[in-house]
Ligand binder design. Sequence first.
Ligand SMILES: Nc1ncnc2c1ncn2[C@@H]1O[C@H](COP(=O)(O)OP(=O)(O)OP(=O)(O)O)[C@@H](O)[C@H]1O
Length: 368
Amino acid sequence: MGDLTINKEKILQALSTVQEPDLKKDLVTLGMIRDVETGIDLISFTVVLTTPACPLKELIRKECTDAIHKFFGDHIRVNIKLTADVTTTRTGGPVVPQVKNIIAVASGKGGVGKSTVTANLAMALSRSGAKVGILDADIYGPSMPVMFGAEDMQPRIVQRDGRNMMVPIQQWGIKLISMGFLVPADSATVWRGPMASTALRQLIGDVEWGELDYLLIDLPPGTSDIHLTLVQALPVTGAVIVTTPQKVALADAIKGLAMFRQPQINVPVLGIVENMSYFTPAELPNNKYYLFGKDGGQQLADKFDVQVLGHIPLVQGIREGGDEGRPAYLSDDLITKEAFQEAAENLAQQVAIRNATLAKTKQVEIRV
Ligand SMILES: Nc1ncnc2c1ncn2[C@@H]1O[C@H](COP(=O)(O)OP(=O)(O)OP(=O)(O)O)[C@@H](O)[C@H]1O
């Protein structure tokens, strides 16, 4: 135990023994401690986390409390406020200037639940306190308007410096822009590559997102020139690959993963979400049936040295939520909610680690 006089300097000294577990530096060096105040046998301060969805929140709180007690004695009351300032490596720029992190959600195979996962990850991040948007770039089959109960909505158009900009609609706290708002259903499906790329560039360049911590992009399935357009136009922070544990889906997921790792694209893969991992009947919540095989996502993750961010069960309510326009994260089903919550926290954690360790994502340079 040190000198018992409490002052700010000593408090910071005590807290400099606490490591941020992911970033492997102490909280003081990382500038995460603010608003230090003292009272009689009382120490208060704020810890500014790298994301409100930080899965290590309670661990950090406990370690701070322990460090203060160790330094000043157990009789000290410790009052810790946890807030977050989501990190970014971006410094403005002409496209989506106030968006801190752009996360591309991809799948190799169609129908594995990429859009469902995107919608619910966005909900979980938003409910943790982050500002979240979704860009539905699944230009051939935009499903976000249906999933968010927004088929009849239209983005407002505003003039900015003589340019028409779309203002995203808002549902359940999420800002949303989709090709589905701009063209009648079905007509997008006959588009050829270059037309689709032009439309996508409009979706990227002409939307007034405002401030966002995370912009999730629901990509079309597979690998195509749409994907390339996207990484050429946007500084993507990282990609998430959605797959089912099934062999055929995994084979396609590898293609998706490899696409992001091509040297000319070079977008870090933040992790894999295994969807439809198992089925649990509502009446037997402890039974898990691995209908599409077991551990497929993990094997893929091990092979490519990335994380499995989460396992999402096959649940009727998830399908119903999508069809009814109310993402399943908002339902009372705890198994579903916790699965998406865990995946979202792990994703936010990977974004923070990436921001702390990797160089700024460059937009792809095209050689002519
Ligand atoms: N975990 C799940 N449990 C139950 N149903 C699910 C689950 N995940 C997705 N679904 C359902 O499977 C269908 C396909 O999902 P979704 O549209 O999200 O897939 P996708 O990969 O985005 O498809 P696409 O390739 O068309 O973009 C939807 O009806 C959806 O509600």
